[in-house]
Design a protein around this ligand. Structure first.
Ligand SMILES: [Zn+2]
Ligand SMILES: [Zn+2]
Length: 103
């Protein structure tokens, strides 16, 4: 006995839509703003010198006036949580400038 396999009546027409709306335009990073919170994205808070969202291991700067507060480990060249106080490169450099008087 022969079993006749009916051919598919019609292959569904596939509409190929080209999505070309994937242009990533990175905003210019401005580090001049001192008021905290102004450069924060309302949706995703940004941290670190690289101005990126938090991911992986983060370290906090012990300077209360730190504009960033949190930093990615690789961005500050550490691989484990620092012991004691830790200041980010920006704060440590600004503290060196202020520490002009010595006893
Ligand atoms: Zn970073
Ligand atoms: Zn800092």
């Amino acid at each position: 006995m022969n079993t006749l396999i009916p051919s598919n009546p019609s292959t569904s027409t596939s509409n190929i839509s080209t999505n070309s709306a994937t242009s990533t335009t990175e905003p210019a990073v401005t580090l001049d703003q001192t008021a905290e919170g102004e450069w924060f994205d309302p949706n995703e808070p940004r941290y670190c010198l690289c101005n990126q969202v938090s991911y992986g291991d983060m370290v906090a700067c012990d300077n209360e006036d730190c504009p960033f507060e949190w930093f990615h480990y690789p961005c500050v060249n550490i691989s484990s949580s620092p012991k004691g106080k830790w200041y980010c490169p920006q704060c440590s450099s600004s503290m060196k400038r202020r520490a002009s008087r010595k006893n």
